[in-house]
Design a protein around this ligand. Sequence first.
Ligand code: HBI
Length: 101
Amino acid sequence: MPRIARLTDEERIVALAALPHWRLADDGSGISRSLKFSDFVEAFGFMSRVALLAERADHHPEWSNVYNRVDIRLTTHDAGGLSARDIALARAIDALIARAD
Ligand code: HBI
């Protein structure tokens, strides 16, 4: 039995309304955001900061990096879909980006 609850349809809608940079997967299983930085060092620096957040929260992104681009998908494997943990990590990532501006 999953230890973490998947969000309901209504909870998903409410959560996503406050995360305009994130896209909900068609099947509702996760959210994603793509980011572009000025170069690879900036992108990798960002990934390092997210990695520290993720490790502290014991919640980890699925992501890929090509040069200055980082594609992030958040989903909760233990829940088999989107959970409050993904929303919390998305907010923390957004806060990191806001600070970098
Ligand atoms: N990260 N995205 C994601 N989803 C999980 O379910 C998850 C995780 N990081 C660590 C983690 N679960 C652990 O708590 C368990 O696998 C033990």
